[in-house]
Design a protein around this ligand. Structure first.
Ligand SMILES: [Ca+2]
Length: 421
């Protein structure tokens, strides 16, 4: 662990030339959100491509599969080869297997609060989707009472392949409601209440649905299990709580909690070789993390961080605190702004088997060699950085190709395959 964190420090130095501002700066204007200042991680216009790039494991071919998406955030591969893609402002889109974007969004979504970095997050298919046509979406839900408060929610719906959802219902609603009008005095320069919702979804292969829930920029809440802020959560597909969750039956604890001590977890995957759950999260100024998630683990936020709060505290990185699990890797400052992660498993890139792929806003796509436990080794290979995109999501497709989303107002799906010859 020490060796790896030391490597992370070296990596942070390697990224020292890159400037990054506060990560939760709003990226989409809205009537209720302050106008964001331009930030270095806003990205640059995407050219048309395609491109061939050299890489350590051979040349790769990069193409723009789909354009015209607004801040695409999550995607799910469909049995017919197409995919569903979410747009953070609150739309669900259908993409055909050749990349063609259906011009008509899917209707019937719940009301979504889209401001700052809040909105529609991930989408996943039910493990038995081929038979029951159920999908799940994580989103920022406005309080139906009309109060200026929001909560992370997960909706389940029937989607039959057309342009309308049916039987839409929330199977999870994070507690408590929290928003700008109830914003209390908080520690150390934390951002506005519409930030840090989390919103990644993942089925584990055993029928459990994992959900990442952000700290809502109220980090003091995270240390307690009596709320859903800054947690990973584990549910059954119908929203009920598995009996073997770590806090089941503890008085005052939320039984959905699987791990605690997270800030804004935006990446989640399972290593297909080991079955372990892995997560990435945004730190404050620096302190971005890669974590291997253990049942019942406490990952430290808000008292333990390798970064700095926005008021500059603490003076140095905090680690090795009893009862707190340190990250496998930490970055920054400056932050690299981690998105989703994936362990490569497929036939297209034999040299990448088992490698960890990490989408970032400011440092391209990182590829780490790993050991048998999935632990990253060595310095990462930096891919796709020259395209200047905010890489939000990376997935290994059924065909073994990589599919990435650019979280841009002019967003795209990018496909990566081995270059011919
Ligand atoms: Ca941590």
């Amino acid at each position: 662990m020490i060796r790896i964190v030391t490597m992370a420090s070296a990596l942070a130095l390697a990224f020292g030339a890159c400037q990054t501002l506060a990560q939760d700066a709003p990226t989409a204007a809205s009537e209720s959100a302050p106008t964001p200042a331009p930030a270095p991680f806003m990205g640059t216009a995407l050219a048309n491509g395609p491109w061939d790039f050299n890489s350590a494991e051979g040349p790769i071919h990069v193409e723009v599969l789909t354009r015209g998406l607004v801040n695409p955030w999550g995607m799910a591969f469909l049995p017919d080869g197409g995919m569903l893609v979410t747009e953070r402002p609150g739309r669900l889109r259908i993409v055909a297997d050749d990349g063609t974007l259906d011009p008509e969004p899917v209707s019937g979504l719940p009301e979504i609060y889209a401001a700052g970095i809040a909105g529609l997050n991930d989408v996943v298919l039910d493990p038995d989707f081929a038979h029951n046509h159920l999908i799940y979406m994580a989103y920022s839900k406005p309080n139906p009472s009309g109060a200026d408060e929001q909560a992370l929610a997960v909706a389940r719906a029937v989607w039959d392949g057309g342009h309308e959802l049916h039987d839409v219902e929330d199977i999870f609603l994070a507690a408590p409601w929290y928003g700008a009008q109830t914003q209390p005095e908080r520690c150390c320069g934390q951002g506005p209440a519409f930030g840090s919702f989390g919103g990644r979804l993942l089925f584990d292969g055993e029928g459990h649905l994992f959900i990442t829930s952000g700290d809502r920029n109220y980090g003091e809440m995270v240390a307690s299990e009596d709320n859903h802020f800054g947690k990973t959560l584990r549910l059954n597909a119908d929203g009920s709580v598995p009996a073997d969750n770590p806090w089941v039956g503890r008085e005052g604890a939320r039984p959905e909690v699987w791990s605690t001590g997270h800030r804004n977890p935006l990446g989640l995957t399972i290593n297909p070789t080991t079955g372990d759950l892995w997560e990435t999260e945004f730190g404050p100024r620096g302190g971005d993390e890669l974590n291997r998630i253990m049942r019942g683990g406490d990952y430290g936020w808000i008292s333990v961080t390798q970064g700095f709060h926005y008021n500059g505290e603490p003076a140095e990185a905090v680690s090795k605190v009893p009862g707190k699990i340190d990250p496998v890797l930490a970055w920054g400052p400056p932050s690299l702004n981690p998105g989703n992660i994936a362990f490569y498993s497929g036939e297209a890139f034999p040299g990448w088997q088992g490698d960890l792929l990490l989408a970032t806003f400011t440092e391209g796509l990182l590829r780490y060699d790993t050991d048998a436990q999935g632990m990253p080794l060595n310095q990462p290979e930096i891919l796709l950085k020259d395209l200047g995109q905010r890489w939000r999501d990376v997935r290994v497709g059924p065909d073994g190709a990589l599919y990435l989303l650019t979280d841009m107002a002019d967003g795209a799906i990018i496909k990566v395959t081995p270059a011919a010859g």
